[in-house]
Design a binder for this molecule. Structure first.
Ligand code: SF4
Length: 322
């Protein structure tokens, strides 16, 4: 399968009053054509910073300090502003956390989608209107409602409009950044099912950013697990469910209720996420890890492939494999 996006050793830091916050450090993963990758971790672990770094949306006092992001072979971090404008929407787009913020209340939803199409694709207004109607139909909204304003839609419908807008210029890769935040549970499930449906139908590549492990394991092909700015494990969903190796991944799975097995005890992860400011060289999970030993407090484990397609950053793997 061909690789659409390749993120290599990405590091994004923020200058704060207390020092440099290493929000994302040395993160590497890729997304294949037609693949849905789940990027998962607790709040504040760096998921959204990864997405914003990929999209070149990091603003001062933040900065991408190292790494590369290749989208179909083009390094986005080196692209000029005009190259980026050409790539956004047509190659890569985002379904934002809150459609409320993404949609302008004074324009009809149709006009907002039409504007995006006219700005990025060489079509006339009539074609843009027809495409907008088709896009609305695609996400389950009557195409004739293109003249409605955002306030005329429910939260779930607004999120559907945001999805239609993200697909306006036929992108190859869509980043869904906690796209169901603020919606009720039933609407969340409907929106996620819609994203999965469209991904399959259009053979899209999707990065699904979430903290909802059961949802991610139910629909993603591969899962990348972040902890405190580092990627700690990346593998197929099957591997993560059957053979998670990183102590944080295991703790995350144990902290998640299993609806198919009500007997299984849910064990919360002790302690809290460390401050990312002036973090010393170490495994960032060592303060919460039941297996931590001296080396974990002095060195940073490498992110390495322990079996085909399964990557982990933990010294236990090195110890076990000699
Ligand atoms: Fe635990 Fe050490 Fe592995 Fe970190 S490197 S997860 S502290 S065993």
């Amino acid at each position: 399968m061909s690789t659409v996006l390749s993120v290599e050793k990405l590091s994004t830091f923020f200058r704060t009053d207390k020092g440099i916050a290493k929000a994302v450090e040395n993160v590497s993963f890729s997304v294949d054509k037609g693949e849905m990758l789940g990027l998962i971790g607790e709040s504040g672990c760096g998921k959204t910073t990864v997405a914003q770094s990929i999209l070149r949306l990091i603003e001062y006092p933040g900065k991408v300090v190292a790494g590369s992001v290749y989208l179909n072979g083009k390094n986005l971090l080196k692209a000029t502003d005009s190259e980026l404008t050409g790539l956004r929407w047509r190659e890569i787009s985002v379904i934002p956390q809150s459609a409320m913020n993404a949609l302008n209340p004074v324009y009809t939803v149709g006009d907002q989608i039409i504007e995006a199409i006219l700005l990025h694709d060489n079509v006339n207004k009539k074609e843009a209107v027809e495409r907008t109607k088709r896009l609305l139909e695609l996400v389950g909204i009557d195409g004739e409602r293109w003249k409605s304003y955002p306030h005329e839609f429910s939260g779930g419908m607004k999120q559907r409009v945001a999805i239609a807008m993200a697909l306006a210029c036929n992108p190859k890769l869509v980043i869904s950044d906690e796209s169901t935040t603020g919606l009720d549970v039933l609407t969340q499930a409907q929106v996620i099912a819609l994203i999965k449906n469209l991904q399959k139908k259009m053979n899209l590549s999707v990065i699904l950013i979430s903290h909802d492990l059961p949802m991610v394991t139910s629909i993603c092909d591969r899962i990348a697990i972040m902890y405190a700015g580092n990627l700690v494990e990346w593998a197929s969903t099957k591997e993560i469910l059957n053979d998670a190796r990183h102590p944080y991944s295991k703790a995350l799975l144990n902290a998640t209720p299993d609806l198919s097995n009500s007997e299984r005890e849910v064990i919360s992860i002790p302690g809290s996420v460390p401050s990312l400011v002036n973090i010393p060289t170490c495994c960032r999970f060592h303060t919460r890890c039941p297996y931590a030993f001296d080396r974990c407090r002095q060195e940073t484990p490498e992110f390495m492939e322990i079996k085909p397609g399964h990557y982990v950053a933990c010294f236990l793997e090195e110890e076990q494999n000699g």
